[in-house]
Design a protein around this ligand. Structure first.
Ligand code: SF4
Length: 492
């Protein structure tokens, strides 16, 4: 974040900026005598007072000042995209370290940026944030922030984040809380690493920091560790198997309810869906999840929300739009049982023929079961295998559906944030660079994203009926909810 000034890429005609002689290519250096760090900082500084003293630099290196009476509003400039702050930590379960070789470069970029934490709900360990950056969060009121605590016991935390200087996460959390910043927290749990007494202490320490008013720990989620088949030269980490997940669900489900009761009925301790899918048990009812679906992007409550919506949808007249449709739904093996159940109910209710197939993740390995990490080739393989099982008929289904979460619309430098140099792929790209139109051409049937619920899915199938989607405009032709877009990407 130590950038000097931010470049102006366009100036709105007739704007205050144009009147002040500001031109595209100039660099905005200071507002009110304070250095402009990035877009977020510009927003904070320019809206702070009714007038602003600006210092800018021309492309030839000369500087000039401008005074604007902006009434606390923007002055009509577009600023260049910010560089993402790159992580220099070594968490034992960092997903990027476990990526197979051969994917596009952008997917190996690790981000650890408090601005993304504030803007999009990405989790940050705060390991790359010094006191000056924490003070900036307070000064600019970047609240709430999402923090990967992992463990409050210092030695355990050091083992997790792989940095001997980052054992005392509570000091940083406390600095934010004292400044009135709210914090959502999470722990990625691995057996023998930060479970047992260490986890209990984490829960107790963070619960003690929940309070009325500003500066509170708003929630704590636990997520089972995700390991791929590509952990060469990395520390030993034990996976969460079905037995461990079952024990965890049994032990902590009552605790979730206990903490909710003590928190005026609002769930505070949150269990990610993956505990239940790995344990092979039904996810709890609506009351188990926060009223505002806190940490939904972190995989908490996605299954329950889908089931709730499906139940209502199947009873609605709109559900008849599925009647007679023969559709193959591809998804990850963790979500397949839930989706199959819903498909059976829908088929029974309206006479559709929806079938669910769990696509195996050949790219990352069997242990990766979430839909969002399926690659185009995995989905292609699963669809072809299904066609083979059905006697190789070209018209074996009317349409194939792929998980929206497996598609991206930008390809780097990081897929999670639109940056300078990013390529916007309107047609939708899988992790392995196969595009949705490529897949549709290969399969020879309309191939659409799932959307976030059955209503979205029907919209997509109807759009395909009309030929509305022909190799482009993913975002304009389809619902963006559930797509792995820069806003609020799930960050495993
Ligand atoms: S998990 Fe996050 S903080 Fe840890 S090494 Fe990876 S990118 Fe960095």
């Amino acid at each position: 974040m130590a950038q000097t000034g931010v470049q102006i890429i366009s100036v709105e005609p007739g704007s205050l900026a144009e009147e002040a002689g500001i031109r595209p290519g100039d660099t905005l250096l200071q507002i009110h005598g304070e250095a402009v760090l990035d877009q977020l900082n510009y927003q904070y500084l320019i809206t702070r007072e009714d007038e602003a003293e600006l210092v800018l630099r021309r492309p030839d290196g000369s500087t000039f000042s401008a005074h604007v009476e902006n009434g606390g509003e923007g002055i009509g400039v577009d600023l260049a995209q910010d560089e993402v702050k790159v992580c220099k930590q070594n968490c034992v379960f960092c997903f990027v370290h476990q990526m197979p070789k051969g994917f596009r470069k952008s997917l190996y970029l690790k981000d650890e940026d408090v601005r993304l934490s504030f803007l999009y709900g990405h989790f940050t360990t705060l390991s790359s944030s010094d006191d000056a950056e924490l003070d900036r969060i307070v000064r600019e009121r970047l609240s709430p922030i999402h923090v990967s605590v992992h463990a409050t016991e210092p030695e355990a935390r050091i083992r997790v984040v792989g940095n001997p200087r980052e054992g005392d996460i509570l000091r940083k959390v406390d600095r934010l809380l004292a400044g009135g910043i709210d914090v959502h927290t999470q722990a990625v749990v691995a057996p023998g690493l930060n479970d047992g007494d260490i986890w209990q202490r984490t829960v107790a320490d963070l619960w003690a920091r929940r309070r009325e008013g500003r500066g509170s720990v708003l929630s704590l989620s636990c997520v089972p560790v995700g390991l791929t088949a590509h952990r060469e030269h990395l520390p030993e980490v034990q996976d969460v198997d079905a037995a461990f997940a079952r024990d965890w669900v049994e032990r902590w489900t009552p605790e979730v309810r206990k903490y909710a009761k003590a928190n005026d009925g609002e769930p505070w301790l949150l269990l990610a869906d993956e505990w239940f899918t790995r344990a092979g048990v039904e996810v709890p009812g609506r009351a188990f999840y926060s009223r505002s679906w806190a940490q939904l992007e972190n995989g908490v409550g996605l299954v329950r929300r889908f089931l709730e919506h499906s139940r209502r949808f199947i009873k609605s007249p709109r559900a008849k739009g599925f009647a007679g449709r023969r559709v193959l739904l591809l998804t990850g093996s963790s979500f397949a049982p839930t989706l199959s159940r819903v498909a059976v109910e829908l088929n029974r209710a309206v006479g559709s023929q929806l079938r669910v197939v769990a696509a195996k993740n050949f790219s990352f390995g069997d242990s990766v079961t979430v839909a969002g990490l399926l690659c185009g080739e995995d989905l292609r393989y699963a669809a072809h295998a299904d066609r083979k099982d059905r006697g190789e008929r070209a018209d074996w289904v009317d349409a194939v559906v792929v998980p929206s979460a497996s598609l991206r619309t930008t390809t780097g430098p990081t897929d999670q944030y639109t940056l300078r140099g990013a390529v916007v792929r309107e047609e939708g790209t899988f992790l392995d660079d196969l595009t949705l139109p490529d897949l549709a051409t290969d399969l020879g049937v309309p191939t659409v994203p799932s959307g976030a619920n059955l209503s979205h899915l029907l919209d997509h199938l109807e759009a395909a009926d009309r030929g509305a989607f022909r190799g482009g405009a993913l975002q304009s032709a389809f619902h963006t909810a559930g797509l792995n877009l820069p806003q609020g990407a799930y960050n495993p």
